[in-house]
Design a binder for this molecule. Sequence first.
Ligand SMILES: Cc1cc2nc3c(=O)[nH]c(=O)nc-3n(C[C@H](O)[C@H](O)[C@H](O)COP(=O)(O)OP(=O)(O)OC[C@H]3O[C@@H](n4cnc5c(N)ncnc54)[C@H](O)[C@@H]3O)c2cc1C
Length: 359
Amino acid sequence: MSADYLIVGQGVAGSVLAWRLHQQGKTVQIVGNPNGPAASLAAAGIFNPLTGKKLVRTWKADQLFPFLHQFYTELETALGASFMHHTAIYRPYRSIEEQNSYLAQTADPVIEPFVAAHSNDEDYAPFIKNPYGGLTVTQAGWIDTKALLTAVRAYFIEKGQFVEATFQYDQLKVDAEGVEWNGQRFRKVIFCEGPEGNKNPFFDWLPYNPVKGQVLDVEIEGYSVQNIVNQGIFILPYAENKCRVGATYTWHDLDWETTEDGKQFLEVKLRDLLTVPYRIIGQRAGIRPATKDRRPLIGLHPEHPAVAIFNGLGTKGVSLAPFFADQFADYLEGRKELELAANISRHFSLYYHQKKLDL
Ligand SMILES: Cc1cc2nc3c(=O)[nH]c(=O)nc-3n(C[C@H](O)[C@H](O)[C@H](O)COP(=O)(O)OP(=O)(O)OC[C@H]3O[C@@H](n4cnc5c(N)ncnc54)[C@H](O)[C@@H]3O)c2cc1C
């Protein structure tokens, strides 16, 4: 055996899974194309336990958040890199009604651990419209995904475990015991191709629901807000006087190109929220690897146990990847069952249905 696992794709999913397996003493070989399209490079990288207009706790937040804090902190130390930013998320109330309803919600023991007792509204007021004050969400922050990917890639390149290439499916040989690629043998191949995964002939039957997203980079003179601000859009300060603003969600024209519509949408919302001028200095677009039931796509192929997938991280790759990489690593090594809500076995009927039609 040349290595235990062949990992295809090095976005957040491939990076985090590769690291988890490596940490557990498994050998991995990554095939990635640093210049290929990647959701992770368009992402703002925010992890946020309370999302949506109605302040809903993110699925499994009580497990995902402690896990991700520990995972990324350890990874930073191991790689000697810095990519994790702990910041709260300030949500200005839109109205007195919203203030009342959010404050009532914070009494809920499911929400309460993620809300600060007090918000320093006056820190935001010079830049952000907050006539009704706002709520501060804790245990949040953002990952500089580009820095994360760069550090993980450098680590595996140095170890000779990273191949820069676009993976070709017809070069893979699959049998019951493992796979062969590039003259090397592996126990399993794990596809971590993000939104490109729907072109993979092994997994094209899965119910993907890709969502295009765009973000702007803006310059705001003298901006001194440290936290992320979130009201319909987010404003994420990433460098002195520089903020990332996003994001859009569209289910059509699923390409990687920025659009004037996307820019205008974000600008309208930004002008509504800001009290000061700004200047656009960049715009990015990407595709989120979302799924119809909004749950990850993880597991083994129904007929080829040596072929696996770690995908479908949707809008929350940064929060989901560490916890599910750990679960998947345990599952691959026969230590634990994989949670049904994330296991692609929930969709196997689609595979057999398609197979019947193909006959
Ligand atoms: C605008 C925008 C904002 C977002 N904001 C956030 C956010 O704030 N927080 C958050 O958690 N998530 C956010 N997301 C979602 C996040 O980007 C995804 O959940 C996450 O990046 C998915 O990671 P991935 O590794 O599965 O996919 P990707 O990052 O797309 O990685 C897949 C990799 O595989 C490579 N690949 C594919 N096919 C092949 C092949 N045949 N050979 C070699 N390599 C291949 C691709 O080039 C790519 O590098 C956002 C997404 C967008 C578009």
